[in-house]
Ligand binder design. Sequence first.
Ligand code: SAM
Length: 335
Amino acid sequence: MYCPKGNSSLYYNILHQKRVAEILLSALRFDLFSYLENWETPEAVAEKSGLHTRSLAQVLNALVSLGFIEKKQNTYRNTPQSNEFLNRNSFVYLGESLIFREKMMSLKDIDERLQMGPIAEVIRNNSGVEVYDFYEAARISIPEMYTGRVQAFIAAATSIYNDKPPKNILDLGGGSGVLAIELIRAFPGCQGTIFEHPSVAGLPRELVIKEGVSEHITVLEGDFNRDDFGDSYDLIIAAGILDFAKDHFEYLMNKLYNALNPDGLLYLVTHQIREDYLSPPERILGWLSSHLDGLDLLLTEKNISEALRSHGFKKIQAGTVGGTFASLRGMFFSK
Ligand SMILES: C[S@@+](CC[C@H](N)C(=O)[O-])C[C@H]1O[C@@H](n2cnc3c(N)ncnc32)[C@H](O)[C@@H]1O
């Protein structure tokens, strides 16, 4: 009799994980968790959601089996964890973020893309802003940031700036601008600039007004690979942006160095890509879709640390980014 050496269940577990993702995404698209704050029958949820009662009851049972919701007699309710992250009424509701990220990184057309190859124009321009919907990415990242990222950043900044708070900060490619907004709140008297691409800048501009910090924060728009982003900063936040300057890396590193005051700090969040581009797997896979489109942007950790060293930056503190992106590291550098 043949004697197997490997573990064949591995592949079937992967198919199960795909079904878990499919049912979770469907439940999010129909907002099921927002109806399940309290114990509800399938009939009541079907009436509110317009879904078919029998089919909904089966999906609810499957969600119970996966631990997303609980069941008591014929009623269902969110677990505390689902209520925190999957219920639209929560401050850190991640439903839209999960749906967006799944679409952004999807490999559903991988067969076709393997046959057709990349898009010539994407290869030619190699520009992240032409491929990614950064406006939507910045919008859906707001609740993600409050799952721990903002808190970890403010805690690290507070410990570093214990004696002498920064007076003038820049959030370069700041997306929604949440890090700058919360930093200004943590250090009253500090002025901030959020620099964003014109296709995104409207979002931080609106948020700064909504959060009542427009007297302390200016939103500048432009292309950080070409345009001036000011100088005399005590702190520059460059979180998740260096890859988008891959073809202009020397230029951007010089500009970052020169834009900082002599005792200024640079806060970097990078993707920690290994030199052989084989790890970490979740990031290699997460970027695969855009790489198949034709982008070639990822910088390795070695590229980045060598550039920092050659420009005279010294690492002073590293810590976790926290929350949804806890596997990333945030690092402070001095000049
Ligand atoms: C991965 S997101 C990071 C956003 C934010 N810093 C954060 O940590 O969540 C990259 C950001 O860089 C911006 N960006 C990319 N290329 C840019 C360019 N050439 N000029 C200005 N902004 C750019 C995008 O609009 C996007 O908001």
